[in-house]
Each structure stands twice: as C-alpha cells, then as structure tokens.
Design a binder for this molecule. Structure first.
Ligand code: BMA
Length: 367
C-alpha cells in the first residue's frame, strides 16, 4: 500500500493490486499508472512532443533551458511530455530530430520534479537495411528468434534499456515513463507496419520487446499500444499484442483530410477505442494528434474540443513544433493562439500546473 498525500487529501493506493505488463514493474511505475487513472477521471491532460527542447524559432539554451511554446502562449506547461528515442539504438548522442539525449534526460528529470507524465516513442532505424524507420525493407522476422539480425537488434534494445534506466530521480529511482514502441503499425509507412509485416509478426515483435526490456532489468515502463486512425472497426484488435503486454491503449489521429473528416474520425475512432478499452479494462489516450494544415483560427474550441470532450481519454498529445511548416501545438503568434487560450479555460482540461490541485505533489510513503 502506498499513500500519496497532499495538503488537502490523502489517497490510498493498493499498489500490490496493480498488475502491469512488466511483472517486476517498480512501485513508482505502479504509482504512475494510478496517477494517470486518477487524472483520467478528472479530465483530459494536455500533452506535447519535445515541448521543452525547442519550439518555433527557438531552441533550449543554457540561459533559457526550460521553456515551451505552450507556456509562452498561456503560462502553463503540458502535463504530458513526449520524447522520441530514435537513434539511441545506434549509440548516437543526439536523436533523429537532433535533440541531445543528455538534454532529453535532464528535461525529463525536471519535468518529473514538476509532476509531468513522460511518454517515449521510438523511431528506430531499419535493422535490415540501416535505413530509417520509414524504410520499408522487410525486417521484422530478421530480428526475432534466430533471425539474421537478432544479435544486432538485442544490442540495440540493450542501448535503449541503458538510456531508459538512466533517467533517475534524486533518490536514484528510475523515473517511470509510458513507452509506446512500434506505433502506427496499421499504416504502411514504418518497417513494422502492415505493408511488410503480418499481425502475428507484429505481435511477436511487441511481446519480444517487453520481455527483452524486462530481461535487461528495465522496470520503469508502462507499455502503450497505439495504432493510427482505423480503416475499419476490427483493425484495432488486429495487431493487439494482448492484455498481458499492454498497460495503456492509444490511437494517433491527425487532421489530414480537413476539419469535417477529422471530427468524424475522432468520433468514430475514440468511440471504438473506448469500447475496446472498457472490454479490456485499460486506460486510453489520444497519443498523437495535430492539425496538418493549420488555418482554422478556432480549431481548438470548434473542432478538437468537441471531438475529445467526454470521450474518456486520459490525455491528448500534440506532436512536435518543429518549424512553421511542421508544427502541431500552439505558439505565440499562431493564427489560433487566442482560441487555444479559450480551449485551455475548459474545466476538464489539465495542464501541468493544474495537477497540483489534485494531489500527487508531495512525498510518497511506502508502508
Ligand atoms: C514525425 C515527423 C518527423 C520526425 C518524427 C520523429 O512525425 O515529425 O519529422 O522525425 O516524427 O519525431
């Protein structure tokens, strides 16, 4: 049993009753699951990818190392902060989007101190061709069991494990994170995607990774499964590795085809996700979203909000603000900045600074 206390209340969390994909998950990881579930009951946490490393026209610097476009717009940081581990497998010091892994680690640690929920994705290279994640040379079979790239791949996972274990709090405990490997498998663009990998191979790949990471003694992970928007209702289940290997269910839905089709996708897919999640007793989230062609000044309150309101999602994560022709969150001066502030006023919308009011701020006492 763990007690989470704050100035206003005490929450009793029977951690022994929380069972996760990793049977040896740490108490901190179980608490993260409890925190996510608690917040999911209160509202929708707002997330962003790479939020504090860079934004539109700036990069984190020694003088100003903890900034975010969202904070610049309305004075609050995202409650959920995502990062990508692509190229950790190569032993590189920077990720595929040129964020230094040292900076990433420091920012995750700082985020954790402030109460952030961290999620990690992994755009790893193609182990067969050494091309990028988007190189669809067949590769999944080659990394499993006796495949020709097995030992190379185990080496890659070992580097991933070392990094994830190295993100520690002041008490030397590994900071718990949500890991969302092999996402958007029902799209044809990644080497683990439907174009060149069967559902059975995919499931084997996912399960194998859960096992390898546990063998490498990584016990600070909640595992998330997240397909891309669905082409049919059966697709969600088609690649599902199973309840024993997944802690959180996700889905990635972008505004690609215009506001009307996006609104319809949100309604359909989040409805299916909710049904699936209820049947499998799992927490669920909109693990990536964004407006690919931003232009509607009222997109946040008129399109996104009605589509996510009362859907039961724990969080919504906007993808990265890379540059003016590739951004998904908000930034000062963006055409919809005022509308974002209005969206932020909705009572169920949770930013990092709002988490405090609910508890979780203070010390965990393990009894
Ligand atoms: C994609 C794009 C890419 C990026 C990748 C990993 O969706 O943003 O530019 O490299 O995510 O962050």
């Amino acid at each position: 049993m763990v007690l989470l206390t704050s100035c206003s209340s005490t929450l009793h969390i029977p951690t022994q009753e929380i069972s996760l994909a990793d049977h040896q998950a740490s108490v901190q990881t179980k608490l993260l699951k409890a925190k996510i579930d608690f917040l999911a009951n209160k509202g929708i946490s707002i997330g962003q990818q790479d939020p504090t490393a860079y934004g539109i026209d700036w990069k984190a610097s020694t003088q100003n190392w903890y900034r975010s476009d969202m904070h610049d717009v309305m004075g609050k940081y995202p409650a959920v902060q995502g990062w990508d581990l692509g190229h950790i497998e190569l032993g590189d010091s920077i990720n595929l989007d040129t964020i230094s892994f040292d900076l990433m680690r420091r920012q995750i640690i700082e985020g954790h101190k402030r109460g952030t929920i961290t999620t990690l994705s992994w755009h790893l290279d193609n182990p067969q061709s050494n091309g990028s994640s988007w190189d669809t040379t067949a590769a999944v079979k080659t990394v499993l069991k006796t495949g020709i790239n097995r030992s190379k791949y185990v080496g890659w996972v070992s580097k991933l494990a070392t990094f994830i274990k190295s993100i520690k709090d002041d008490n030397n405990n590994a900071i718990p994170i949500v890991f969302r490997p092999y996402h958007e498998m029902n799209g044809g663009w990644f080497w683990w995607g439907v174009k060149i990998c069967t559902p059975e191979e995919y499931k084997a790949l996912f399960r194998d990774l859960v096992k390898l990471l546990s063998d490498f003694e990584v016990h600070n992970i909640l595992y998330a499964y997240s397909p891309n928007t669905l082409n049919n209702p059966q697709e969600y289940e088609r690649f599902y590795p199973g309840d024993k290997f997944v802690d959180i269910l996700g889905i990635d839905i972008y505004n690609h085809g215009g506001d009307a089709s996006f609104a319809e996708k949100l309604q359909k897919d989040l409805g299916l996700l909710r049904q699936f999640a209820q049947a499998h007793n799992k927490t669920f989230a909109l693990t990536e979203t964004g407006n690919v062609a931003p232009g509607n000044p009222n997109w946040w309150t008129k399109i996104l909000y009605p589509g996510i309101q009362e859907t039961g999602i724990a969080w919504v994560l906007f993808w990265r603000n890379a540059r003016k022709n590739h951004y998904f969150g908000i930034y000062p001066g963006a055409v919809s900045a005022t509308d974002f502030r209005n969206f932020a006023q909705k009572k169920e919308v949770i930013f990092l600074e709002d988490i405090d009011q609910f508890t979780f701020k203070s010390q965990n006492k393990i009894q």
